[in-house]
Design a protein around this ligand. Structure first.
Ligand code: ZN
Length: 430
């Protein structure tokens, strides 16, 4: 029996990286190294060993995988690149990277993310969470994928053989920017809510309207804050300078409507049909006269469809990620310090298989020396690359270079309007 995989924050300081190969300190050198990496030969097929009994690849959207029966495909055969991305890729979309250069939470020193067990156990903690989420949502909803996400799409078009993306980000930018390349969202997604009792999912944007209806003083405050531009920044000092009332934690504190009065809806399905609890008893789901969840309830609690800190990654997601690692020829890590173990272990797993690893990230990466310690002298990137640059700067240039050597797109373009027709986008507001 394997241990459950918990999502936990990592707060140790990270050492600055050693650039590999040494020529990759310049833009041209970095592009040359990555082209060597992307052209590295696939591993010879490995004998099928601990293959899984059935494939979970359908999780890697768009999921056109028929429910193929066993046997599972042999590990490693096709020539393919797996992209693993993190928060740094979304910074250019205006979404904050929670970790600064020294690996600490940089926006708000006293900020502490809510843990799953707290969210489940405490009505008060949920009030605070949803009040923060209510204020943050508008900014997230307006945010768009950036050049880094579209560069991932274009890498696939111009010969980089990107066939899958695993992201730790919960903003849905990858599936929006490249719906034709399957994306596994390792830590879930903010575009939906998930009922902790009946496990149904509901769209977040509908919930936002319900929060506004149940909390008119907060809705008025939100309108005011949007008009003042205070929500255009996540820096608490700048927000205060723009007239937004915040306490020393950076939290909004409304004198007329404190957190303790914030209201949130119950799961409508569970309200209509109270489900059974794990012990076989029937859940109680009660709401006030406006439809807000009441503390006398035992079920029907909605949570964001993200993996919160302290929460286990669902087994089927974990297995799908492992399968993607086991079937790829190389792993390209973009804009993440691999601070969460769930992501780090995937790169370690690839390394243990002998798969070349390339990491593009500003600043240090957790345990990165173990990914590159055994590289032969003089290798130019085919066996491993470490670049200390922003993806926003590097990736579009890499695409241009690939495009010169592979001018015909290998995946047909779709009209932009169609690409952007996906559901709304939200930021992790843990
Ligand atoms: Zn429910």
């Amino acid at each position: 029996m394997k241990k459950p995989l918990l999502r936990i924050p990592y707060t140790d300081k990270l050492a600055p990286p050693t650039v590999i190969p040494a020529t990759a300190t310049t833009l041209a050198g970095a592009i040359a190294a990555l082209q060597a990496f992307l052209g590295s030969p696939p591993l010879p097929p490995a004998p099928a060993s601990s293959s899984h009994s059935h494939s979970h690849s359908s999780l890697l959207r768009p999921g056109r995988h028929p429910a193929a029966p066993a046997p599972a495909p042999p590990a490693a055969a096709s020539d393919s690149t797996l992209v693993l991305s993190g928060a740094g890729l979304s910074v250019a979309s205006g979404l904050a990277d929670y970790r600064g250069d020294n690996g600490t939470y940089r926006l708000n020193k006293t900020y502490r993310p809510i843990y799953y067990h707290e969210f489940l156990a405490s009505h008060e903690a949920r009030k605070r969470y949803w009040a923060r989420s209510f204020l943050g949502w508008t900014t997230l909803h307006k945010a768009q994928p950036n050049a880094g996400h579209y560069a991932v799409r274009d890498l696939a078009r111009y010969g980089a053989k990107v066939t899958r993306v695993i992201t730790q980000n919960v903003d849905s930018f990858h599936p929006r920017a490249h719906p034709e390349i399957p994306t596994l969202e390792l830590h879930g997604y903010l575009r939906n809510l998930l009922c902790t009792s009946c496990h149904r999912e509901f769209p977040r944007h509908v919930f936002q309207d319900e929060l506004a209806r149940l909390n008119p003083a907060w809705a008025a405050f939100l309108s005011e804050a949007i008009a003042s531009g205070a929500l255009d920044t996540e820096n608490p000092d700048e927000r205060r300078a723009r007239g937004m009332r915040t306490n020393p934690d950076g939290d909004v504190d409304l004198p007329d409507a404190p957190y303790t009065t914030f209201r949130y809806p119950a799961c409508q399905q569970c309200l209509a049909h109270p489900p059974l609890a794990a012990d076989g008893s029937q859940h109680t789901v009660e709401v006030d006269s406006d439809g807000a969840w009441k503390g006398t309830s035992s079920g029907g609690i909605l949570k964001p469809a993200v993996i919160m800190f302290g929460e286990s990654i669902p087994a089927h997601v974990k297995v799908a990620a492992e399968e993607a690692v086991d079937e790829t020829s190389r792993v390209l890590v973009l804009a993440t310090s691999l601070a969460t173990y769930s992501a780090w272990r995937l790169v370690k797993r690839a390394k243990d298989r002998g798969v070349p690893i390339a990491i593009v990230n500003m600043g240090g990466v957790r345990g990165e020396e173990s990914f590159f310690a055994d590289l032969p002298d003089g290798q130019t990137g085919a066996k491993g690359v470490r670049i200390d640059m922003s993806t926003e700067q590097l990736l579009p240039e890499l695409v241009k270079s690939l495009r010169r050597s592979s001018p015909e797109p290998q995946i047909p373009h779709k009209p932009l309007a169609q690409e952007n027709a996906e559901a709304g986008v939200f930021k992790d507001f843990l």
